[in-house]
Design a protein around this ligand. Structure first.
Ligand code: SF4
Length: 70
């Protein structure tokens, strides 16, 4: 049996939306645009590093942080 954590928990595309019902164990996948059960293996998994998370957040949320600096 695979005892590792599901890949979703370290994936760039995972979004823990409060409204998606984390208490039911579900997560939202930004890539698939779906609420789903965390997967043990995913062919489109991308490891969330600090750097690619920042650039991904910038791509979906814009550069608000930079604008707030003004
Ligand atoms: S891309 Fe795959 S591993 Fe990443 S959150 Fe979506 S379903 Fe999970």
């Amino acid at each position: 049996m695979n005892t590792e954590k599901p890949q979703c928990f370290s994936c760039l595309y995972m979004d823990r939306r409060p409204e998606s019902g984390m208490n039911t164990g579900l997560i939202f996948c930004q890539r698939k645009k779906l609420v789903l059960r965390p997967k043990a293996e995913c062919p489109i998994y991308v490891r969330a590093t600090v750097q690619n998370r920042e650039s991904f957040n910038a791509s979906i949320y814009g550069t608000m942080a930079a604008e707030e600096m003004e």
